[in-house]
Design a protein around this ligand. Structure first.
Ligand SMILES: Cc1cc2nc3c(=O)[nH]c(=O)nc-3n(C[C@H](O)[C@H](O)[C@H](O)COP(=O)(O)OP(=O)(O)OC[C@H]3O[C@@H](n4cnc5c(N)ncnc54)[C@H](O)[C@@H]3O)c2cc1C
Length: 315
């Protein structure tokens, strides 16, 4: 991007810019390429103006949360990447409007912190997210959760900016959360009001610990991965665990370069620091094909893949 084009996007706005920023290295996979500009807005107004300018100039915009469900192509990505890690976008406020059972959290807030903090305060409603890494924004976009429930069940309302910088307020009756997806429109999630239930802090902390323990007993939490690589497919109205299908196809331990199907949980792909994003894509494609051959079911990626190359081996 020319200097003049850059300054017409960001001039006069409250934000920090990191040029030629490694994005892949900020994901939980720890691999992948860079962006020309990683932009960290400091106010909502600056973010809205930036989005409007990007829309007018046709500059692609992406938003990085905690990078816990993300694979970035080795060649990096075009346009700008946003990161909402300024305090403006990470705050949490409990007892919103004096009501003990409501919490206002900004989209860049860390999920681990939110879960532990609300447990300490004796508020439940998000203990089902124990052990799930990332930010609130990423969790809402993906409707993060598992067998104990998902974030959607706690959401009362969501504030967003659309890609032209207009503010959107979405209330419970307009929101639909489903298995690892939501009907949130394309745009930047700013914040959400969550509904929490007062309870004994010890009891909430006990639930968080129990859920975390069950998760770490079955998943390779310490590996570099993006959690489950594939969505559980729906077959005749029943969701089948993708991990079981991958295991039954005999694919545990299958590798491409530095990417391997975990021996511990077949739906996790673990990477070494030498792995490339293309190793992960190729491995996912092989897994997809072999599961289809073995059990006639197509599994689709759960991990979000940022890749601008139409010729890439996308699963
Ligand atoms: C070890 C491990 C275990 C995991 N276990 C689980 C699990 O049990 N259940 C589960 O559901 N997931 C799990 N995951 C996946 C991941 O934690 C979740 O998907 C999480 O919600 C991703 O949040 P993030 O902030 O890291 O999003 P990112 O990975 O950064 O981004 C994911 C998507 O959300 C979008 N996004 C992020 N922030 C915003 C925003 N403010 N506005 C609009 N869009 C946004 C991104 O653009 C991208 O499309 C696991 C991952 C790991 C590494």
């Amino acid at each position: 991007m020319m200097d003049s084009a850059r300054s017409s996007l960001v001039g006069g706005l409250d934000l920090k810019i990191e040029f030629d920023a490694p994005i892949g290295a900020r994901t939980w996979f720890g691999i992948g390429g860079r962006t020309e500009m990683l932009i960290k807005p400091e106010t909502e107004d600056s973010l809205a103006t930036l989005l409007r300018r990007c829309h007018q100039s046709g500059t692609p915009v992406r938003v990085l949360g905690g990078g816990a469900n993300l694979l970035v192509d080795d060649a990096g990505v075009d346009g700008i990447v946003l990161q909402l890690d300024h305090e403006t976008f990470t705050r949490r406020r409990y007892n919103k409007d004096g009501e003990v059972d409501r919490m206002l959290a900004m989209a860049g807030a860390d999920l681990f912190k939110m879960v532990n903090e609300s447990a300490r305060q004796g508020l439940d409603g998000i203990s089902q997210l124990a052990g799930i890494p990332g930010t609130l924004g990423g969790a809402l976009r993906m409707n993060a959760g598992g067998s104990f429930g998902d974030i959607g069940q706690a959401v009362e309302s969501v504030s967003m900016l659309d890609m032209e910088g207009n503010r959107l307020e979405l209330e419970t009756e307009q929101l639909k959360f489903d298995y690892r997806k939501s009907n949130l429109p394309n745009g930047i999630i700013l914040s959400a009001i969550l509904h929490l239930q007062p309870d004994d802090p010890m009891a909430v902390r006990g639930r968080v610990r129990e859920i975390f323990a069950q998760k770490s007993a079955s998943q390779p939490m310490a590996d570099s991965s993006a959690g489950c690589a594939f969505r559980n497919p729906s077959v005749e109205g029943t969701r089948l665990p993708a991990g079981r299908l991958i295991d039954e196809a005999g694919l545990k331990g299958l590798s491409v370069g530095g990417a391997t199907v975990s021996d511990r949980h077949a739906n996790f792909i673990s990477t070494t620091p030498q792995a490339t994003a293309r190793d992960v894509m190729k491995l996912m494609k092989q897994v997809q094909q072999r599961v289809l051959e073995h059990c006639g079911t197509t599994i689709q990626p759960e991990v979000v893949i940022w890749c601008d190359d139409p010729g890439a081996p996308m699963p």
